[in-house]
Ligand binder design. Structure first.
Ligand SMILES: [Zn+2]
Length: 136
């Protein structure tokens, strides 16, 4: 599988959690930023692998398959969750694509609302947004 990144990011310490992805250039609203890299696995195997990692980088699909972004992943996996994000995720087949929700400035940290793909609402959110939902 091929996982292109159209707008390269710099990986550096995040304002939210762990490492984050920062835009190297301005990104216009609605542009495709890139596709989350990883290895296609099953949900069961993916969850077992995620347990051994500090952060969860698993996107689960409907048919028991999952993308393990911790194995052969790319920089898109450093996009942190925020309740007031500047990107959004679209799932097309087994591809997880990130798009700009609005115009993003050079140097801004990229964030995405993980929705139902992560953590089942048990991980405390530290995004700092005024409308923070409290849990991921
Ligand atoms: Zn939040």
């Amino acid at each position: 599988m091929h996982f292109p990144i159209y707008y390269p990011v710099t990986v550096a310490k995040s304002n939210i959690a762990g490492l984050g992805a920062y835009a190297q250039t301005a990104i216009p609203a609605r542009k495709k930023i890139g596709s989350l890299g990883g290895t296609l696995t099953t949900i069961r195997k993916g969850r077992a692998a995620a347990k051994t990692k500090k952060t969860i980088h698993l996107v689960e699909f409907d048919d028991n398959k999952a993308l393990d972004a911790g194995t052969n992943g790319n920089d898109m996996r450093f996009i942190n969750h925020s309740c007031a994000p500047n990107t959004y995720m679209r799932i097309l087949g087994y591809h997880v694509e990130f798009y700009a929700l609005r115009n993003i400035k050079k140097g801004e940290e990229l964030t995405c609302h993980y929705g139902e793909t992560h953590h089942e609402g048990t991980l405390k959110c530290r995004c700092g947004a005024p409308n923070c939902e409290g849990f991921i």
